[in-house]
Design a protein around this ligand. Structure first.
Ligand SMILES: [Ca+2]
Ligand SMILES: [Ca+2]
Length: 201
């Protein structure tokens, strides 16, 4: 009976908070929490070990009640940080997630803002939506400043590995670099440069 109660408690317990950062995301009178949380899911592949999956959520309150909303996909591993964006946006949440291991692991990356009720994506990337399709071979992204051709706020540099049929799976054949900048309306990031460079062997 005690074991059953413990199992039930485990089943209904909320996500485990991995990290939590307070920031005023929506310009109201209080700060929201940007949290990375972990949930335990049954293993869909039939294994006995449950899967530990993570996502990013925002904790806010409305009418005196707190609520949480997920702002990233659910992945194996994810980090999040609060970044400064130009007025009137103020702050955004940059997340960097992956599923599985290895250089070509599927990635989930994004920059979202918080309206006080919901998240709004300025930019999102997942490997499955890559322009490379089946040639996808790993990706990473970061914020940077392009003083010459950038828009308001930081730019985003996405670097993707390009696979060539017949090549070993260890190493991308080439790297495709895509640059994104915030549009003048401040509503979305748009692609403004893309080039592919063959890697030296
Ligand atoms: Ca706020
Ligand atoms: Ca709020």
């Amino acid at each position: 009976m005690i074991a059953l109660a413990a199992a039930l408690a485990l089943a209904v317990s909320g996500p485990r908070i991995v990290s939590s950062v307070a920031a005023n995301l929506d310009g109201d009178a209080h700060r929201e929490l940007v949290q990375t949380v972990e949930v335990v899911q049954p293993n869909p592949y039939g294994g006995t070990q449950p899967l530990h999956r993570r996502f990013v959520r925002v904790m806010d309150e409305s009418g005196g009640r707190s609520f949480a909303q997920r702002v990233s996909p659910v992945v194996d591993y994810v980090r999040a940080r609060v970044v400064s964006l130009p007025s009137p946006i103020g702050h955004g949440i940059w997340y960097d997630g992956s599923t599985g291991n290895g250089g070509a692991a599927p990635r989930a990356l994004g920059l979202v803002t918080w309206t006080g009720r919901a998240s709004r994506a300025l930019w999102r990337y997942t490997s499955s939506s890559s322009s490379l399709g089946k040639r996808f071979d790993g990706a990473s992204a970061r914020l940077f400043d392009d003083p010459a051709r950038g828009g308001p706020g930081p730019e985003i540099k996405l670097v993707e590995g390009v696979h060539r049929a017949g090549d070993p799976t260890c190493c991308p054949f080439a790297l495709q670099t895509s640059l994104y900048r915030l549009n003048a309306a401040g509503s979305a990031y748009e692609l403004y440069s893309r080039r592919t460079v063959r890697r030296l062997r």
